[in-house]
Design a protein around this ligand. Sequence first.
Ligand SMILES: C[S@@+](CC[C@H](N)C(=O)[O-])C[C@H]1O[C@@H](n2cnc3c(N)ncnc32)[C@H](O)[C@@H]1O
Length: 202
Amino acid sequence: MIERSGQLEFEGLAGEGQVHTVVMPRVVAEPTTFFGNMHAGETGKEEWLTPPHIIRALGDFDLDPCAPVKRPWETARHHFTVEDDGLAQEWFGRVWMNPPYGSKTEEWMKMLVRLGNGIALIYARTETDIFFPWVWDHADALFFFKRRLRFYNVDGTPAVTKDGKSSQAGAPSVLVAYGRNNVDALLSCGLNGKFVPLRSAA
Ligand SMILES: C[S@@+](CC[C@H](N)C(=O)[O-])C[C@H]1O[C@@H](n2cnc3c(N)ncnc32)[C@H](O)[C@@H]1O
């Protein structure tokens, strides 16, 4: 293989003693910090709630540190809302976390990693600067959903587009487990997707 002016040239035998050269453009991997804005799909809404059957499938949670002020159902035994500022509180027990997306997503992921007991629902943006340190380097297992999720409004209705059609998330989603008990929850959740063991789950 020869590198020449930003291109990679591979030489190989084409048969009968002939040599051919395949020229490929060089792909440079750039680090990316982009993670996405909330679970906003086509509606651009910022309070998209987790479909309740997903939380039910994962068992009981002690704390949701980022819950809506007015919510159509409980996501855990205790909730912090924007009025408490979940990032400024002490977290405890088994945490369910579908964090606000945007510039502070990393802060939420750091808090859960520090606690080491919970499940996060985030975009499966596996190449980002958030995914690398807080998921790939610390999580115990992942569960990638088949198909994109459809989120809910705070009044409990499914999110729809402006023209009233069912709206789906702007990217695929993944459940991220920290702690052995949460790995087990992903393994036995029965949801439609693929379980991927990482550290303690291996
Ligand atoms: C993507 S929604 C998820 C809601 C809920 N946890 C669920 O799983 O359905 C993110 C929630 O975080 C709340 N939030 C935003 N900033 C917050 C803060 N500083 N402290 C606590 N909650 C916050 C928003 O009001 C919103 O309800």
